[in-house]
Design a protein around this ligand. Structure first.
Ligand SMILES: [Zn+2]
Ligand SMILES: [Zn+2]
Length: 304
């Protein structure tokens, strides 16, 4: 049976998904109609129209062809993939090969995303790609830079000088063509993909996103070299980074699959203290529905 997925909800922001390093990572945000990475393209992801791919590693990208093929069965709308520059061509070739094998070439919208160049999905929702530090090398030697993404809501806010004016006066001003509101950006969710520490930490729309999906692959003291070599974050990095972040909730993703959830909790409590015990920081995969326990005596032993 498939592993249960995690389901996180905070103040109307709902994130379904699964994330373990080297195995599978994807997130579906049904209310925003977006997904981050494909994983193996499970059902939750097939329902969203826009997928934002962080990079080409298999644990994030494997489900690409399956996503587009299933989308055609579901409602005949192909869906759109946004990806880092340099990946468009190999992904199109991969789809073409699947077309040869399967007999049907799935329709696919594929758009190259550039750091800092906004993608408007709705009048009130923009996706802003940003550069992260997880360079990955193709076999031909080319290096492709990975991307993170922030989902930003735009709200219209009354301009200060019109505060306190009676409603009818505001209507009159508006009818006369006066701009009485200005757009205000509210970063809802930011996703770092895989990354080492880098300049992305300084971006306001990442630091202040209401919810941050933050990679933290390595928790083991001895694995700092492995984190550096693979351009990943280590829990020791988070001790420095997290206090500077203003996110209301921080969900740690991509944690090594070798660590049991009970160990993860103990390490996060030890390394992050109040940040963890207050609930601001948690492991994304700890938001899975709790297993039914067979005997109360065993309850705390193994929940991984
Ligand atoms: Zn990965
Ligand atoms: Zn990776």
């Amino acid at each position: 049976m498939a592993q249960p997925i995690a389901e996180f909800e905070y103040d109307g922001i709902r994130i379904l998904g699964y994330s373990q390093a080297g195995e599978e990572t994807y997130f579906a945000l049904p209310e925003l109609n977006i997904g981050f990475d494909f994983g193996r393209a499970p059902r939750e992801l097939l329902a969203v129209d826009h997928i934002f791919l962080s990079h080409g590693h298999m644990d994030h990208a494997a489900g690409m062809a399956y996503y587009f093929s299933q989308r055609m069965f579901i409602d005949n709308a192909p869906g759109t993939l946004y990806l880092p520059a340099g990946l468009e061509d190999p992904f199109r070739r991969l789809l073409g090969l699947w077309g040869e094998i399967d007999g049907n070439l799935p329709h696919a919208n594929i758009v190259v995303a550039e750091p800092g160049r906004d993608i408007a999905l709705r009048r009130d929702l923009t996706i802003r790609p940003f550069a992260v530090r997880h360079p990955f090398r193709k076999r031909d030697g080319g290096v492709i830079g990975a991307l993170g993404y922030a989902a930003i809501e735009t709200r219209q806010k009354l301009i200060d000088e019109y505060h306190g004016l009676p409603g009818p006066d505001l209507v009159k001003l508006k009818k006369a063509g006066t701009a009485i509101t200005r757009p205000v950006e509210i970063p809802l969710v930011a996703y770092t993909g895989d990354t080492a520490p880098g300049e992305w930490q300084e971006l306001d729309y990442v630091r202040k996103a209401r919810v941050l999906l933050l990679e933290c692959t390595f928790l083991d003291e001895d694995h700092i070299d492995r984190a550096r070599a693979g351009y990943h974050l280590h829990i020791k990095d988070l001790r420095r980074i997290v206090p500077k972040l203003e996110n209301e909730r921080i969900l740690l993703t991509h944690i090594s699959r070798r660590t049991l959830m009970s160990e993860i909790r103990a390490i996060l409590a030890r390394e992050l203290g109040e940040e963890y015990s207050s609930g601001r920081v948690s492991a994304f995969m700890d938001h899975r529905p709790k297993r039914r326990r067979r005997a109360p005596a065993q309850s705390d032993a193994r929940e991984g």
